[in-house]
Design a protein around this ligand. Sequence first.
Ligand SMILES: Cc1cc2nc3c(=O)[nH]c(=O)nc-3n(C[C@H](O)[C@H](O)[C@H](O)COP(=O)(O)OP(=O)(O)OC[C@H]3O[C@@H](n4cnc5c(N)ncnc54)[C@H](O)[C@@H]3O)c2cc1C
Length: 223
Amino acid sequence: MKQYLVKIKSIKHITHDVLQIVTEKPLKYSFNPGQATEIAINKNGWKDEKRPFSFTSLPENDDLEFTIKTYPTHKGVTNELLHLENGDELILHDVFGAIAYKGDGVFIAGGAGVTPFICIFRYLQSMNETGDNKLIFANKTKKDIILALEFKEILGENFINILSGEITDKYPNGQIDENFLKVHIDDLGQQFYICGPPPMMEAIQKQLVRLGVNKENITVEEM
Ligand SMILES: Cc1cc2nc3c(=O)[nH]c(=O)nc-3n(C[C@H](O)[C@H](O)[C@H](O)COP(=O)(O)OP(=O)(O)OC[C@H]3O[C@@H](n4cnc5c(N)ncnc54)[C@H](O)[C@@H]3O)c2cc1C
């Protein structure tokens, strides 16, 4: 497996626990919107600790960007990323990933599961092809919503949030269920893209199939 050493050009928080990391891009390194690579930190003790992260920059950008939710309690790679600064190095690997844009549809994400969709929506916006695509984004609280302003700007009324752990005037409270999907899905024949924690993904796939969505129109990526 090939390895690519890249320097961090910038690293900052975009929510209380999500980092946006911009790195150099290796020569001839290419990916499609929705894909990911495994990242390790080029530091003693961490070089073999590889974790998968999606590209959130556009393939044609000169730099790479990653949007990474950190878990300090795991004492793993994402916690270690919190201690990095500009000039520190990451080790990237080959590109992979099941999520690819196959046409207009409903994107359903839980928490950091939205990351492959960031790249896809930025790509569609760059092509002026946002169309009727919709993002249903489930989070615990308002402060957990990643890139809320950008999604609102790209999708307008087609950016739909639901919060499981906070009651606000702005967003509905609860978890995505069949009723919620029924209210927000206009066309059961379009594409469905789901990315999030495994239990959420299993539940939503079942709900979509019960509502009459063809399994072949559902693309999933576990996180
Ligand atoms: C294809 C793909 C793409 C992804 N893209 C992104 C992305 O773009 N952005 C993003 O934020 N995430 C993404 N993820 C998820 C991301 O890979 C994980 O969040 C990341 O691997 C966590 O790494 P970690 O070392 O911090 O923690 P982990 O590897 O989860 O844990 C490290 C260690 O902590 C311990 N541990 C595990 N769970 C717990 C727990 N609940 N409490 C305490 N200790 C625990 C275990 O001993 C474990 O070995 C993606 C996942 C996949 C599969």
